[in-house]
Design a protein around this ligand. Structure first.
Ligand code: ZN
Length: 247
């Protein structure tokens, strides 16, 4: 039996690519274009991209209903996403849509809404080495990886990272400058699964790294809405009739 491909929607604010030649040099088709390349030759996935300049930021009800996993990259324009759209995305996550939050999207409205904390961290952009250590061997998100991923140049994010303790922690990063960071954090919110994955500063070729691409595909498989579908009928809340006579 073959199952339908997992529908992956890659969303990017697409601002750095239009303003900064150094980002365009690494990602000529945009960060979303590079992320899509990690999926498009794999028959398990059907991938689409969307950017903020589209109608309803490319995140219409129709787009989200058909989406098993939404991948989110943003940096400068977090506040430009209307609250009504953030709430729409949040509702779909609670109803089972997977969400993968990348790099600087730790400050996106949707991530902060789902975490309930400031999501603040330390940062430094000095092009230093990053080692992402796998701290959950056997987790589906690290299938096919070795014990670590090494990136020759990345921006540093340092602890403390003001997020709730993750349900599962998959990667811990070490940086050349001495800091450490929880770089792969899994959360369940409602029926949905959320994965925060740290690397991906726009001036470094991180999303072309084959191990990073493997991680992104694994994360999409882990987070996909189909897990919520298997769980049965829609969740019911509110006033509820007794199943047995009470009087
Ligand atoms: Zn960055």
């Amino acid at each position: 039996m073959t199952s339908d491909p997992i529908s992956v929607l890659i969303w990017n604010e697409n601002v750095d690519e239009t303003r900064k030649p150094e980002v365009r040099a690494v990602y000529p088709d945009g960060i979303h274009g590079a992320l899509a390349k990690a999926f498009e030759r794999d028959g398990r996935f059907a991938v689409k991209t969307a950017t903020m300049d589209e109608e309803e930021c490319g995140l219409s009800e129709d787009a989200l209903v058909g989406c098993d996993v939404l991948m989110w990259w943003s940096h400068h324009a977090h506040e430009a996403v209307p609250d009504t759209i953030v709430e729409r995305v949040r509702r779909h996550v609670l109803d089972g849509m997977g969400l993968i939050v990348l790099h600087s999207a730790f400050m996106s409205k949707i991530f902060k809404a789902l975490m309930g904390t400031s999501c603040e961290l330390k940062w430094r952009n000095a092009g230093e080495k990053e080692r992402l250590w796998v701290v959950a061997p056997g987790h589906p998100i690290v299938e096919g990886l070795g014990e670590r991923i090494e990136l020759a140049q990345e921006e540093m994010y340092g602890e403390p990272f003001d997020v709730p303790p993750p349900d599962e922690l998959v990667f811990v990063s070490w940086f050349q400058g001495g800091e450490v960071f929880r770089s792969g954090c899994c959360y369940r919110r409602g029926r949905g699964r959320v994965f925060y994955f740290r690397p991906g500063h726009g001036t470094y070729p991180t999303y072309w790294n084959p191990q990073v691409q493997t991680t992104l595909r694994n994360a999409a498989l882990w987070a996909a809405r189909r897990a919520a579908r298997i769980d049965g009928p829609p969740t019911r809340f509110g006033q509820h009739a007794p199943l047995e006579p009470l009087g």
